[in-house]
Design a protein around this ligand. Structure first.
Ligand code: RB5
Length: 154
């Protein structure tokens, strides 16, 4: 990635998204939704329904968020479990596996989650879109929650 691309990625409405094959279709739909709302979207793959390891794509997205190349990311696999496990090993990544709107909202308000994880085999498209919308629109509350999240990284 060149310097200009990195700089542009710091704008608030840029996001990186990744999935494995199990959630490839949902990733494509969420990408279209984000593009239609004016987001700049970096697609880290996967690029087809061919079987791949979620680990590779989870690492790509989590690393980009961990390094500050992207302020936020979205990760999808069949259950969301594998992607969560991978992403949360990266410093400064707070990945939230969500399948309900309240959790998606609270992951921002209290946890300042910077990666939203969903399971493409768990939730339907409409709920996934609602989770994405809620998660992107909700601000972190800061204050005592800031004190808490700063203790997460070891
Ligand atoms: C792929 O079959 C599946 O294992 C993966 O999408 C995910 O659910 C892993 O946690």
């Amino acid at each position: 990635m060149d310097k200009e691309t990195v700089a542009n990625n710091f704008i608030g409405n840029s996001i990186i998204i990744g999935s494995d094959h199990a959630a490839f279709d949902l990733k494509e739909k969420i990408k279209d939704l984000l593009l239609s709302k004016g987001f700049t979207v970096e697609d880290a793959g996967a690029n087809s329904l061919d079987s791949v390891s979620y680990v590779d794509y989870g690492k790509k997205v989590a690393n980009a968020v961990s390094c500050g190349q992207f302020p936020r990311g979205i990760l999808l696999c069949g259950t969301g479990l594998g992607m969560s496990m991978v992403a949360n090993r990266f410093p400064k990544v707070r990945a939230a596996l969500c399948s309900d709107v309240f959790s998606a909202r609270m992951s921002r308000v209290h946890n300042d989650a910077n990666i939203l994880v969903m399971g493409g085999r768990i939730i339907g498209d409409v709920l996934a879109f609602e989770l994405v919308r809620t998660w992107l629109e909700t601000e972190f509350e800061g204050g005592r929650h800031q004190d808490r999240i700063k203790c997460i990284d070891l």
